[in-house]
Design a protein. Sequence first.
Length: 194
Amino acid sequence: METRRDTLKIIGAIGSTCAFPFAANTLYGQQEHHHTPTATKIQPARGPFQPKFFTAREYATVSRLADLIIPPTDTPGAAAAGAPEYIDYVVNNNPEHQKVIREGLEWLDGLANEHSAKRFVELTEQQQIDLLTPFSDAVDRGELKTTGARFFRMIKSMTADGYYTSQIGLVQELGYKGNTALPSFPVCDHPEHQ
């Protein structure tokens, strides 16, 4: 039986190419710890994230898209992992992405409005999935001629990059143990490899 994450990952089939070698949730969300000889001093937590590129309305849409691509299940989803902050950082620092993303966000709200006279974030989850599925399918087929497909491909890729380079995605979801040495290498006993 498929889980909710398996179903929604159909939209976000991950073909990630990491754009930056740092974790999404270390960009802005992590507190800095400074060790002094007498005590550990922790800087106060920052307030809510303030996007550098996106408007508040756009950022809400990006956050919703991220959680549709990698939704919360037994582990937090993409938004909780910091993927929207990562996307804001990447887009803010890449003028080539800015046009595609801004046009894509306008296109997405326009498409939602045509179907239901609402913004994308105001639709039900099923309506959002139904609206995005044809563009996800087009991306999977390599058809990137439409604004929707180019936009969705970029958001999907950056969401995956942000999520799977975060502590939540890398450690909690994938079980990465860090830079550890193995005393021996396990033998693969799969019949194809013998």
